[in-house]
Design a protein around this ligand. Structure first.
Ligand SMILES: O=C1O[C@H](COP(=O)(O)O)[C@@H](O)[C@H](O)[C@H]1O
Length: 235
């Protein structure tokens, strides 16, 4: 696995750089461009940047397909919903066709059912793009415990090698739906976004390749780039 590291001065510069990088990735790709979004606290600035000039007008929204790497099993308007955050920060502001937005269906049934439905949606999308990675770009975060998406230390989801999507119950107060390694790894490029001094120790472990961290075990087809701000890098 190739890992590149880009260090940006501050969270705003990080969002600006990743927005530009995503436009480069989308522009270089012919046909549909599939982007898996991450949730949590870090990517919101990026989504707001993508929804504003100049990036809003440079992204080929009509051929962008948005997915999510994980979701909380909460109503879609809940403060903790990854879908809500991305819709408010970006999706509502950009000309993406509604059918190109593929949220995790957490609003009808059990977490296990939501995982099965999302897996079916991913497999249908993959079948439309034979020979291409499932995701052109996968955005990921890094939790203070080394989790990424909703792959938490010590959970059964880490060992899943056949299902692309599973329910994670008990790791957090609310059930989660997460992509598993086989889905995360079917990516043309993976970008970790890491911001803030509270991530300093865990980012060092990630960069040292500490395989006990769920985040360090993502081995995609394409390259991994870690975009970190100076606070996270300890500079
Ligand atoms: O990939 C992801 O990482 C985060 C951890 O991010 P944080 O910035 O909130 O610490 C995770 O919780 C999130 O759901 C996920 O998509």
């Amino acid at each position: 696995m190739t890992t590149a590291i880009e260090v940006l001065a501050a969270p705003d510069a990080l969002a600006e750089r990743v927005a530009a990088w995503l436009i480069e990735q989308a522009s270089a790709k012919q046909g549909s461009f599939s982007l898996a979004l991450s949730g949590g606290s870090t990517p919101e600035r990026l989504y707001r940047r993508l929804a504003a000039a100049p990036w809003r007008d440079r992204m080929p929204w009509e051929r962008v397909h948005l997915f999510w790497g994980d979701e909380r099993c909460v109503p879609p308007d809940h403060p903790d919903s990854n879908q809500r955050m991305a819709r408010e920060a970006m999706i509502a502001q950009v000309p993406i066709p509604p059918g190109n937005v593929h949220p995790v269906p957490v609003d009808g049934g059990s977490p296990e059912m939501a995982a099965r439905l999302y897996e079916a949606e991913l497999r249908a999308f993959a079948a439309e793009r034979p020979g291409e990675p499932l995701f052109d770009v996968q955005l990921l975060g890094l939790g203070p415990d080394g989790h990424t998406a909703s792959l938490f230390p010590g959970t059964a989801a880490l060992a899943e090698r056949s299902a692309w999507v599973v329910a994670v119950v008990g790791a957090r107060p609310e059930p989660r739906i997460t992509l598993t390694y086989p889905a995360l790894e079917d990516s043309g490029a993976v970008a970790f976004l890491v911001s803030g001094a509270e991530k300093r120790a865990i980012l060092r472990q990630l960069l040292e390749g500490d395989a006990t961290l769920p985040a360090a075990r993502v081995r995609p087809k394409g390259a991994v780039t870690v975009f970190a701000d100076q606070a996270a890098m300890g500079r």
